[in-house]
Design a binder for this molecule. Structure first.
Ligand SMILES: [Zn+2]
Length: 255
């Protein structure tokens, strides 16, 4: 997946011109980069400015978006794989938030996570256990049929059709929206701490002579918490892809 990073220096130069108002609106110079794991982006804008930017979006938000774009482009196996990964990273985020809320130290959370990090079944078990303890009932997760579908696609090379990939994306979309709403409602403070820890990780990968990084966040499909039909979400993703490929600036904003 490609991201468009806006150049702060170009934006500043544009806003100084004509007292901050350009007749045709401020033209943001963007540069396209591929999603990187550390959430830290280094690039050069078309005017030659050095860009160092930290993306505020969480891994599950980016993975879900990546799944949407793959779906919109007809890469259906890839879309199912990214949707499944988004759900797993959402579970990780949820586990970290709930442990933080229970006053478990950051070091302890890291070492606990190491014991489950390489096996997603362990992570799922941990998530189900923690939610059951919290709520006195088991949470909704993928059904056995949905899990089998995911495994067939990821491990057995099954090519899903559009309806199947769309249906899987829709299930994951609902699970993510419900869980982030619950986390925001029950653990607001811990959600903030975990989101911040994610930024600090990116800050740690800065080099000594890097310029001050700019922070930005994209309004991605699952950063918008409003309940809406998944077909609308997919259509918006298609429209955004088209705009981006036409070289337009992306919709940015804090989520
Ligand atoms: Zn620039």
């Amino acid at each position: 997946m490609e991201l468009m990073i806006p150049c702060g220096e170009c934006a500043l130069a544009a806003s100084m011109k004509d007292g901050g108002f350009e007749p045709d609106g401020v033209v943001l110079r963007n540069t396209a980069v591929l999603v990187q794991d550390k959430n830290l982006y280094r690039s050069t804008c078309p005017e030659g400015h050095q860009l160092v930017a930290i993306l505020n979006n969480l891994p599950f938000e980016l993975l879900f978006q990546s799944g949407l774009e793959a779906l919109a482009d007809g890469y259906l196996r890839e879309s199912v794989s990214s949707f499944a990964a988004a759900l797993e990273r959402l579970y990780e985020f949820s586990i970290r938030v709930q442990l933080t809320d229970a006053n478990v130290s950051a070091d302890e959370i890291e070492s606990t996570w190491k014991t489950v990090v390489s096996q997603s079944e362990r992570q799922l078990g941990m998530y189900i256990g923690m939610r059951t303890l919290q709520e006195g009932k088991q949470p909704t997760v993928l059904s056995p049929t949905q899990s089998k579908f995911r495994n067939d696609v990821i491990h057995k090379g099954y090519f899903p059709d559009f309806q199947e990939a769309f249906g899987f994306g829709e299930v994951v979309f609902r699970l993510i929206l419900e869980e982030v709403a619950r986390l925001d409602q029950c653990f607001k403070g811990a959600v903030g701490i975990q989101a911040n820890a994610h930024l600090e990780k990116a800050m740690k990968s800065l080099k000594k002579d890097d310029p001050q990084p700019s922070m930005f966040a994209f309004g991605l499909a699952v950063t918008d918490r409003t309940d809406r039909p998944f077909s609308v979400v997919v259509m918006n993703a298609q429209a955004n892809l088209r705009r981006r490929r036409a070289g337009e600036a992306p919709p940015t904003g804090s989520a």
